[in-house]
Design a protein around this ligand. Structure first.
Ligand code: TYD
Ligand code: MG
Length: 460
């Protein structure tokens, strides 16, 4: 390898950076080789930094590092603390992403107020709204804490300066897309600026052990603008989701270096801000139609929490050429697969039927336990036979039509019992593993195959 030459003076380097995913190339490309987006590479000049000599790294025994600064900052908002894995870790960086208008700024302001109510100074930096707007929102939320400090600022270096002066217990930056670093030439909002500003704030967080929350907007294709880059950099990624037409919102952990992922927190957007929903199952089942075909209840588990949801299907003869398949809140591929299983294994004629599948209430379910819910809802609608309203089902369905075991069955059972369901159709292999000591009144039916399911539910 040739030795690195020290060339002075340094010239600007020309880079091309993908505005979608942050991929870098020295030459322009029509299509980003990383994310496949067309015409997304943008030219960028960078002045190379003159490197100062690196300090010699130091290694200590793991036990020599102090543990004291690992005490988490508890917000006291249970739904939020759970999603964070039990509070905010000092020096961690948290990214809160979501559609514009979903309630990110509201959530963060409430979080800051919760911390501030414990006599702690917190700093809220906004690059989007005026101080008056924030004040109005705070009034609406009934926030009176004097230890919430507000700065309207877009420059990362100024944020660092103001933070150092105030030394708050928590810093929140709304939003990262409006921030820029003086050291980078490109326009605010560009991928390089978003990344550089994040890097600056990250260094601040790690350097002084300050937890930093950054808000990021999601672009139309579902990614936070420049987010793929950000997701790698930060410790925790939370997504705030929900239908803007609906009142409830779900905060979901996508990544967490300090806790489990797949945790969710459920909130309701009210006149005076977000309020916690401690009983989401009741919420999702509130408007369930009783005794109609095509509907069944599924005890789902999101992270460490059971949630009962209603799976709905509408199966009707196709009037136009090809049959339609639509899945809302579930994976369409999974629906296609399960449809094929039903056709092959029990001879259900679905090819000439339109199929619409929906998880009521706009929640999204990703776990395999949903399979049995989908199958039962489909058959119920196809046969025009209702499923008894006090029955719940859950289990994974394999390609051979076998019903496979799923995890956390005890939790699902307890939640179903609590909400008054008295019959539970589950994988036969799960029934053996169940701990029968907590004598619940729920009748448990183990099923091995799709045929078993049909026999139990649809054949008198
Ligand atoms: P906001 O937090 O500004 O969203 P984001 O920062 O994600 O863009 O919230 C915007 C929506 O929330 C707005 O449509 C009004 C609604 N809202 C309420 O319903 N109640 C409230 O108390 C507040 C503050 C907002
Ligand atoms: Mg906002």
């Amino acid at each position: 390898m040739p030795e690195e030459k020290v060339s002075t003076p340094k010239k600007d380097l020309l880079f091309f950076v993908c505005s979608q995913c942050g991929y870098q190339s020295r030459k322009w490309l029509g299509k980003c080789p990383d994310c496949g987006e067309w015409d997304s590479l943008i030219e960028e000049k960078r002045t190379p930094q003159v490197r100062s000599p690196q300090p010699v790294a130091q290694a200590l025994s793991l036990t020599d590092y102090s543990q004291a600064d690992n005490i988490r900052l508890i917000t006291g908002i249970t739904e939020l603390d759970r999603v964070l894995g039990g509070g905010i870790v000092p020096g961690s960086m948290i990214l809160v992403g979501g559609d514009p208008g979903i309630g990110k700024s509201t959530l963060i302001l409430q979080l800051l107020a919760a911390i501030a109510s414990k006599e702690k100074k917190v700093l809220y930096v906004t690059g989007e709204e005026s101080a008056q707007q924030i004040r109005m929102r705070a009034d609406r939320l009934g926030i009176k804490e004097g230890s919430i400090y507000l700065a309207t600022e877009n420059c990362a270096e100024s944020i660092i300066a103001v933070t150092s002066e105030l030394s708050p217990a928590l810093l929140a930056v709304d939003s990262i897309q409006t921030m820029y670093s003086e050291e980078v030439g490109s326009a605010p909002g560009s991928i390089t600026q978003v990344r550089e500003s994040t890097a600056k704030l990250l260094a601040l967080a790690k350097g002084i052990g300050l937890p930093v929350i950054v808000i990021g907007h999601v672009t139309k294709d579902g990614a936070i603008a420049g987010p793929r880059v950000l997701e790698h950099m930060v410790d925790t990624v939370l997504y705030f989701e929900g239908d803007r037409g609906q009142v409830y919102r779900i905060l979901r952990t996508v990544k967490n270096r300090f806790g489990s992922t797949n945790e969710i927190g459920v909130f309701e957007m009210k006149e005076n801000g977000l309020s916690e929903v401690d009983n989401p199952s009741a919420l999702f089942l509130a408007e369930r139609p009783v005794n109609v075909p095509g509907s069944v209840v599924l005890p789902s588990v999101e992270g460490t929490r059971p949630i009962l949801v209603e799976v709905q299907a509408l199966v009707s003869p196709t009037s136009l050429g090809t049959a339609r398949r639509t899945a809302i809140g579930a994976d369409p591929q999974r629906l296609a697969l399960l449809t094929a299983v039903l056709e092959k294994k029990i001879g259900a004629t679905l090819y000439d039927h339109d199929i619409f599948l929906n998880i009521a209430g706009g929640i999204r379910i990703d776990e395999p336990a949903l399979d049995l819910g989908i199958i039962v809802a489909l058959l119920s609608s196809l046969y025009e036979k209702k499923v008894d309203q006090s029955t719940v089902v859950c289990g994974e369905v394999g390609l051979a039509g076998e019903i496979r075991a799923v995890g956390q069955m005890e939790m699902r059972l307890r939640e179903s019992d609590r909400l008054g369901f008295n019959r539970f159709l589950m994988p036969a292999s799960n029934t053996k593993l169940l701990d029968h000591s907590d004598n619940s009144s729920v009748q448990i039916i183990g099923v091995k195959t799709v045929q078993d399911v049909v026999e139990h539910l649809f054949q008198p």
